[in-house]
Structures are given as structure tokens and as C-alpha cells.
Design a binder for this molecule. Structure first.
Ligand SMILES: [Zn+2]
Length: 356
């Protein structure tokens, strides 16, 4: 790393070795090597900065180059890093733990992130239609006393949600991720016998406070479609990125519900790109993984919406169309079942048994 660091010598020694290093570096044109060796880290060091300034005009180029390289890095270099970000944390932990395992009595596996394939499943050309129910929740809390009819309808109290989950488990359902569904539709990957998706629209904070603990203690998966501007604005009713990060590490997929919850039908390409790419890049920047699924705000979309989201790298879209039949002939028109404040566990099972 730093060429002056670690030497407990006098200033003359530092300046001497610095001069030699700079001289060699300049002579051999090793600007890149210096940047990689982390000399930028040492740049703030007053002694070195001063020496660099005094030494020669060449050194100006030397300091400028690493800084510029460094600044350019996040935009370019985070791409490959984030593509595998889900695997990276656990991989790092594993590697680090190799030497520690002998010393630590019980290495605790903490987070279990969902496996996220880096690339879209290549369709094998076969059209598949699968019966996979996708439940659609919104608020997961007791609605406030003054709740209007919409808020009331969209709110499922935590106790009722727990009943839903227990009943689903009792009936033999297994929660899957949208990635599992995409693999099954596009490549025929096998699904559990009674697969089901649990989804939440809007990304309310009560999803983290109330739904997440209930899901986690039952080891069930879910998907939350977030409105990225609302999180960026730190609106108190919505998730924070920290909450999203924690949930992502524990079987909850965080996907896109657009930037600001505006309807996506009858909009021009520029606007749709802003919604599609904007929300995608924000989620990728904040969470280190690229979202691949959209839930259309208010269920509004048209063919142009689908085209833009597909070209932005999304794999599928969830509508508010009621139903349970999903087909890769129309992966951007996946159907869901709306769960209401009044949906009892019995009613939920009845909805699941309907031939939509
Ligand atoms: Zn919504």
C-alpha cells in the first residue's frame, strides 16, 4: 500500500524514498500501477502532498491521475461488483471464517439472501402456463381510526396476516420468489408442489415492522415493490434503504414500483425510461442488486410500458388483474389476487381454489 507508511523513520527518510519512488514511477510511466497500489489513499498525508508539490511538475500529473481514476471508478467499476453483490457478502464471510472457524465455537449463519441469477433466463421457446397464485398486499397494520375507505381496504392487520401465513403453510403452500417463477416460466425449472408468491405494493414501513418478523420466523419468502423516490425522500410512512437492505438479506426481494407511483399508461418513452431505469438504478445503487420485476402503480400500463421496461432489463411485470394463471407468452402481464382488510384466512383459501 502506501510507500511511506510503516516506516518508523525520520522525515528525511520519507522524503528520500518518496523522491526515489516518484522518480522511478515518472521514468517508467507507472501511473496506473501507482493508482492501483493505492497511493491515492496516502494523498491527504500533508508531508507527502507537500513533497509532491515541491518535487516537480511531473508529480502534479501523478497525483491528478490517480484521483481522476478513483473518481471515475464508482460509476464504471461498481457494475461487476454489484452484479455479484448478493453472493459477495456471504462469500467474504465464509473466506474470513475459514481461519476463525477453529477458534469460534459456533459460526452463526446470519443472513440468507435470495439467490439472484445475474442474467435473464433464456426462454427455451416453449410456451408455458403455470398456475401460481401471487397475493397482493399493501399496508400491513391496523388502520388508523380515521382511515378512509381506501386505506381501510388496503390494510391487513398483523394478526390476520399471521393467520394467512399459518393457513398457507397448513394447506401445503410454499412461498417462492419472482426469480423462481421466471425460471419456471422461461426454462421449465421445477417449482414446489403448491407454489405461491406473497407481494407487497408501495413499500410501506409497516411491511418491515409487522410483516417481515412474521415472515422471517416462518422462513417464508416475499417480494416488496418499492417507490424509490419516496424512500429517497425519507418519507416516514415508507421503508428506509437500511430496512430494505436487511430484508433483502433475509429472503425478501426488493423490486420496482416505479419512481413516484405515477401511472405508467399512455406515457411517452422518455418518461417511461425515467421511471424504469431511474427506479432500477436507484435500487441497484442502494442494495447492490438489480431489480428485475415491476409492479405497475395502480395497475396502469400499456404495450409501450411493457416495451420500455423490457428493454431496460426487466424480466416480468405484475398487474392488478385478478387471476392465478401465469404465462411466459405474456411475462409482463402476470396476474395477482388482491388481499383486503376483510380477507379472512378461510376466504383466502377459497380465493386460491377459484378457477379464475
Ligand atoms: Zn401502489
Amino acid at each position: 500500500m502506501g510507500f511511506a507508511r510503516g516506516h518508523h523513520t525520520g522525515l528525511w527518510m520519507i522524503l528520500g524514498s518518496l523522491f526515489v519512488t516518484l522518480f522511478l514511477a515518472a521514468g517508467c510511466g507507472r501511473n496506473d500501477a501507482m493508482a492501483e497500489s493505492g497511493s491515492t489513499v496516502d494523498a491527504p498525508d500533508a508531508a507527502i502532498s507537500a513533497a509532491v508539490t515541491i518535487l516537480s511538475p511531473i508529480s502534479v500529473t501523478l497525483t491528478a491521475t490517480p484521483l481522476a481514476t478513483n473518481r471515475a471508478e464508482p460509476a464504471v467499476a461498481t457494475q461487476p461488483a454489484t452484479a455479484t453483490a448478493k453472493a459477495t457478502p456471504s462469500a467474504t464471510v465464509t473466506t474470513a471464517d475459514v481461519s476463525l472457524t477453529a477458534l469460534l465455537p459456533t459460526p452463526t449463519p446470519t443472513a440468507t439472501p435470495l439467490p439472484t441469477p445475474a442474467y435473464a433466463p433464456t426462454p427455451d421457446g416453449e410456451i408455458r402456463t403455470l398456475r401460481v397464485p401471487v397475493l397482493m398486499y399493501h399496508y400491513l397494520s391496523v388502520p388508523p381510526a380515521d382511515a378512509d375507505i381506501y386505506r381501510l381496504d388496503l390494510s391487513v392487520p398483523p394478526d390476520l396476516f399471521a393467520e394467512h401465513l399459518d393457513r398457507l403453510l397448513a394447506e401445503g403452500y410454499t412461498t417462492i420468489s419472482p426469480y423462481d417463477l421466471a425460471e419456471a416460466l422461461q426454462r421449465g425449472a421445477e417449482l414446489p408442489e403448491k407454489p405461491i408468491l406473497i407481494t407487497f405494493d408501495d413499500g410501506y414501513r409497516d411491511n418491515y415492522e409487522n410483516a417481515f418478523p412474521l415472515l422471517r420466523e416462518r422462513r417464508m419468502q416475499a417480494t416488496i415493490f418499492v417507490v424509490t423516490d419516496f424512500i429517497d425522500e425519507e418519507r416516514p410512512a415508507y421503508l428506509t434503504w437500511g430496512m430494505a437492505r436487511e430484508m433483502l438479506a433475509n429472503q425478501i426481494a426488493i423490486e420496482s414500483h416505479g419512481r413516484n407511483h405515477a401511472g405508467l399508461a399512455e406515457k411517452d418513452d422518455d418518461y417511461l425510461v425515467w421511471q424504469a431505469l431511474g427506479s432500477l438504478e436507484t435500487i441497484e445503487h442502494e442494495l447492490g442488486v438489480r431489480p428485475r420485476f415491476v409492479s405497475y402503480p395502480a395497475g396502469e400500463y400499456d404495450q409501450r410500458t411493457i416495451d420500455v421496461f423490457r428493454s431496460a432489463g426487466y424480466w416480468a411485470g405484475f398487474t392488478t388483474e385478478q387471476g392465478t394463471e401465469q404465462t411466459n407468452a405474456a411475462p409482463f402481464e402476470l396476474e395477482r389476487i388482491r388481499v383486503r382488510n376483510t380477507t379472512t384466512a378461510d376466504e383466502l383459501i377459497r380465493l386460491l381454489s377459484l378457477d379464475w
